[in-house]
Design a protein around this ligand. Structure first.
Ligand SMILES: C[S@@+](CC[C@H](N)C(=O)[O-])C[C@H]1O[C@@H](n2cnc3c(N)ncnc32)[C@H](O)[C@@H]1O
Length: 179
């Protein structure tokens, strides 16, 4: 997959990375998962062509695009920011993935999550906590949730997995499964 240069922020060791983490703590602003880490999220959830992956706060669309391109599944991106939605729609068209990916300019707190078999989250822990009751009521048995860096409060992860980005930055993934 081609990179998304105009919207990428660099992931590196040291103070820039620390500043980015601090920014993520204060707001659910756009902050992309490194592609290698996004791939690990989908692998951890054992995504197959039968799955429907929802990325809540889909940013530049990299997780839905990766899921559709490399895992052959359906994917839904939910993103409030119109600029990011426009960018994502252009990428979806560029890769010819319109049949597999739906992008919704929508508030994820109000989204219908019932069709999801996998949900990916790269959001603040507090936001994951606010989403938790909705995920608990909407998701069917067997659905998986993978949270990057920030766990879902109140849920016990089935697995906690350290991963590294292409720039060798360490992250933690949390896998949850709906019983
Ligand atoms: C940390 S970024 C993660 C982007 C992408 N999921 C990734 O991993 O590369 C969080 C995204 O959530 C979006 N967002 C924040 N609040 C939202 C809301 N209530 N509904 C939909 N999207 C939201 C932001 O605009 C931002 O793009």
């Amino acid at each position: 997959m081609m990179p998304f240069p105009s919207l990428f922020r660099r992931h590196s060791r040291g103070s820039a990375f620390d500043a980015q983490r601090a920014a993520l703590r204060t707001a659910a602003e756009f902050y992309p998962a490194p592609l290698a880490v996004a791939r690990e999220m989908l692998e951890l959830a054992e995504v197959s062509a039968d799955d429907t992956v929802y990325d809540l706060g889909s940013g530049d669309g990299r997780i839905p695009i990766l899921a559709a391109q490399e895992f052959g599944c359906r994917a839904v991106g939910i993103e409030l920011d119109p600029k990011l939605c426009k960018y994502t729609l252009a990428r979806i068209a560029e890769y010819g993935l319109q049949e597999r990916i739906s992008l919704r300019q929508e508030n994820f707190f109000e989204a219908d999550l019932r069709p999801a078999t996998v949900i990916t989250l790269y959001l603040l822990g507090a936001v994951n906590g606010q989403l938790q009751p909705r995920m608990a009521s909407h998701l069917r048995s067997g659905a998986r949730v993978v949270a990057l860096e920030f766990p879902v409060p109140g849920w016990r992860p089935e697995r906690v997995v350290p991963v590294r980005s292409e720039n060798d930055v360490g992250y933690t993934l949390y896998l949850y499964r709906r019983r």
